[in-house]
Ligand binder design. Structure first.
Ligand code: SAM
Length: 343
């Protein structure tokens, strides 16, 4: 059953993806209750090695025995290989659970392997490096593909600030859209180096107008726009929770800390500028009372979640715009005021 489902989805979604100019997409998302997993496809042209699948397994039930779990995994693995017609070396299996850092364990962004199975994938005419083996995430979050395209379409001549940038995919899109300036921040040197490789893959580089800053975003924002630099577009997609030792604060929790975060971001927004603020936190609620004065907030999740995602709650995303009048401060999707985010 799983094999058939994957085969069907591959035929259907790959056609759609080709038209969109994307080579990596979500194929399967807990569609069959007996196989509660996610399967993503990362295709690269045959000359670069074909395609690979990443399967994220979740714990099924608390009382699964070790033997039953092994049987389930072997069965699921065989179905994936049959359904996608790939060999075992093209399947990367990862375990998903609660974010381990929240439990005091290993950080979600730490290295978990060292095989360095790197590939190049395509998204709307741009190239990105992914690493299928060494981390829990591969280097490109598929759920923000439409938001990245929106940023690209709005970036011409704009100053763009990308916070919690990871491998910098938003900034690469902003560069492709003709951004005048980009500032890209992450506290991981590994991911900033990866960002520079993503830039190079698309014939861009870091320079005085396009900076990559290795810093704790919270601390950097707290200092304020010291050089007077303001931005027309700010992208902020922070982790749900972090207690990384590299941060000045003991911990960061988006549900708790977003009012301060939005307040400090507001100081960097140029008149008429906008902020794309997103979170994967399931429990997050945006209280309009915490949206900085002079900003309107409009939820755009119905358009920012990609078509290939069955889980429409994978993230929530808001567009905050500077200079909105108080009557326009609405987070309701059906609000009368027109959201100018292009489809
Ligand atoms: C949720 S991901 C961001 C996803 C990214 N916006 C994208 O779409 O690819 C988390 C990233 O935030 C970085 N990070 C977490 N806490 C940070 C902090 N306080 N300052 C800077 N970067 C941070 C991590 O190193 C990681 O690269």
């Amino acid at each position: 059953m799983l094999a058939d489902r994957l085969d069907n989805r591959m035929r259907h979604v790959s056609k759609w993806a080709r038209k969109q100019g994307i080579s990596c997409f979500r194929l399967y998302e807990k569609d069959i209750p007996d196989f509660p997993m996610i399967v993503d496809w990362y295709g690269s042209p045959a000359s670069e090695g074909g395609g690979d699948a990443v399967a994220w397994f979740f714990h099924r039930t608390k009382d699964d025995t070790f033997e039953r779990d092994c049987e389930y995994r072997a069965a699921a693995e065989a179905e994936i290989l049959a359904g996608l017609g790939i060999t075992r070396d093209r399947l990367f299996i990862k375990q998903r659970g609660r974010q381990r850092s929240e439990e005091g364990g290993r950080d979600q962004y730490e290295r978990v392997d060292s095989r360095a199975c790197g590939r190049i994938v395509h998204e709307h005419g741009l190239r990105f490096e992914i690493n299928l083996s060494d981390y829990l995430d591969v280097g490109l979050f598929l759920d923000h593909r439409p938001t990245r395209l929106s940023v690209q379409q709005r970036a011409a001549g704009k100053r763009v600030l990308n916070l919690f940038a990871y491998t910098g995919a938003f900034s690469v899109h902003a560069r492709a859209g003709g951004a005048a300036k980009t500032t890209t921040l992450d506290m991981s040197k590994t991911y900033l180096d990866w960002y520079e490789r993503n830039l190079a893959l698309n014939n861009f580089e870091v320079n005085s107008d396009h900076r990559a800053i290795h810093a704790d975003c919270l601390q950097w924002l707290e200092a304020g726009p010291t050089g007077g630099e303001l931005y027309d577009i700010v992208v902020c997609d922070p982790p749900t929770f972090s207690n990384s030792k590299r941060m000045k604060a003991d911990s960061f929790a988006i549900d708790r800390d977003y009012p301060d975060l939005l307040r400090s971001i507001a100081r960097f927004v140029a008149p008429g500028g906008e902020v794309f603020f997103s979170t994967n936190s399931r429990s997050f609620e945006l209280d309009l009372a915490h949206v900085p004065a002079n900003f309107g907030a409009h939820e755009i999740s119905h358009r920012s979640v990609p078509e290939d995602f069955r889980n429409r709650k994978i993230h929530r995303c808001w567009r905050l715009a500077e200079g909105w009048k108080p009557k326009e401060r609405s987070s309701d999707k059906k609000a009368a005021n027109p959201d100018t985010l292009p489809e």
